[in-house]
Design a protein around this ligand. Structure first.
Ligand code: HEM
Ligand code: HEM
Length: 172
């Protein structure tokens, strides 16, 4: 197998888009002052929720479909890449979960494009702390994804190996 399965490739790029949209629209969705800010806030929550749905599909698919063989590289690089991938999977779940805790603490109800989101009416202290950490975790997520993307581009343009081709079939 040379590339990831097309389903895994499609989900990878949809998740990347979802995270980017969530980041661009980030702010407090419960403090919207006008219709535009309301739309931005709802887009933030919708994009983050989409990331969760996609990663919950992606994890079992990844276990079933597997991954292409690793491109030969120094052991420290292979380890760093593995560590980053595991952390990114964790953050795809943890950041939206933390956002949901933050939202539960700020609002009694919240609708995303007319659909009411189930929220906790009473947020336990641990989840409240997780909610407080949501902006920090969201920023850390973006930094890690940025480093991960830079590493992929470095492999492609400097090392000229097949790392990016495994995830981007349109790359020659
Ligand atoms: C990948 C998904 C997400 C990312 C990258 C992300 C990122 C961020 C960032 C960076 C902030 C801080 C904005 C600022 O202070 O200017 C923020 C705020 C916020 N986000 Fe998210 N978010 C995501 C998903 C979600 C989800 C799914 C929800 C709700 C269900 C949510 C609810 C909130 C709330 C309530 C705030 C305001 C928190 C505060 O001001 O302390 N987020 N988000
Ligand atoms: C928020 C954005 C992103 C997230 C959360 C993310 C997450 C991940 C994860 C978890 C993997 C491991 C796949 C697996 O083994 O199941 C992966 C692989 C990969 N990603 Fe990303 N990614 C993002 C953005 C990007 C971008 C922008 C690029 C390219 C510029 C990129 C290029 C790649 C490549 C080439 C691989 C395959 C690496 C390999 O198998 O050695 N990713 N990504």
């Amino acid at each position: 197998m040379v590339r990831y399965h097309p389903l895994l490739i499609g989900i990878h790029w949809l998740v990347a888009l979802g995270v980017l949209v969530a980041y661009i629209t980030s702010g407090d969705p419960t403090e919207a002052g006008n219709a535009f800010e309301e739309l931005v806030g709802q887009t933030h929550v919708a994009a983050g929720d989409l990331v969760v749905v996609l990663v919950l599909l992606r994890l079992p698919l990844r276990l079933i479909l597997g991954a292409p063989a690793a491109v030969p590289m120094p052991q420290w690089q292979a380890l760093a890449a593995k560590g980053a991938h595991v952390a990114l999977y964790g953050l795809m779940l943890l950041v939206p979960l933390a956002g949901w805790c933050a939202l539960s603490e700020r609002a009694a109800d919240f609708s995303v494009f007319g659909l009411a989101l189930p929220l906790l009416s009473d947020v336990p202290p641990l989840l409240s702390t997780l909610g407080d950490l949501h902006p920090l975790l969201g920023n850390a997520f973006l930094w890690l994804a940025g480093i991960h993307a830079a590493a992929a581009l470095w492999h492609h343009f400097k090392e000229k190996d097949d790392t990016l081709k495994k995830m981007a079939p349109w790359v020659k």
